[in-house]
Design a binder for this molecule. Structure first.
Ligand code: OFO
Length: 183
């Protein structure tokens, strides 16, 4: 009896996204190594944690495909992108990676919608919310660096920024959780 509850198109697309998440993990690992090598212990800690999160995203896709009777495929990963030129470049690239990933998630949502596969559509909503958080987090990185003085930041403000990012939580506050007392 066929117990597969996913179309082959969605099975393949979700499996592809699992590998995209692994590549994101790969990328942040590489950026974390670059940051650590440049003496930014806090920023590298932030990026390593983020790399772990991306791996967890891949596991969610893997598990969902398996739960629906499909079989994901782990493919070869491309090399991680080269080292960023500086912190501004690093944070801009993190933001860019997240925006590109959001677009991929939206395409999957569209596909699930077109197929009227509401289980998959529902599964993907977790990722839609997650991407709002991740884009917010990446924008915060850019803002914090700008306030510290960007590429011309003093050693002292870079030291503080690095320390702050080492302690920054993995989740960003979302608009839906804001209240008038705590906007
Ligand atoms: Fe940073 O994104 Fe996964 O989904």
């Amino acid at each position: 009896m066929n117990t597969k509850r996913l179309s082959s198109t969605l099975e393949e697309a979700l499996s592809k996204q699992m590998n995209v998440e692994l590549y994101q993990s790969h990328t942040y690992l590489a950026y974390g190594i670059w940051a650590s090598d440049n003496g930014y212990a806090g920023i590298s800690n932030f990026l390593f944690r983020h790399s772990q999160e991306e791996r967890e995203h891949a596991i969610k896709f893997m598990q969902y495909i398996l739960n629906r009777g499909g079989k994901p495929t782990v493919t070869a990963l491309a090399s991680a992108p080269g080292d960023p030129q500086n912190l501004t470049d690093c944070f801009n690239k993190v933001f860019q990676h997240e925006v590109e990933n959001t677009e991929k998630i939206y395409r999957l949502v569209e596909l699930a919608f077109d197929e009227k596969d509401w289980a998959t559509w529902n599964f993907l909503q977790w990722f839609v919310k997650e991407q709002i958080e991740e884009e917010t987090l990446a924008m915060d990185l850019i803002d914090k660096l700008k306030i510290a003085g960007g590429d011309k930041a003093s050693d002292e403000s870079l030291f503080t920024l690095d320390k702050t990012l080492g302690e920054t939580p993995d989740d960003a506050d979302l608009a839906r959780d804001a209240t008038s007392e705590n906007p």
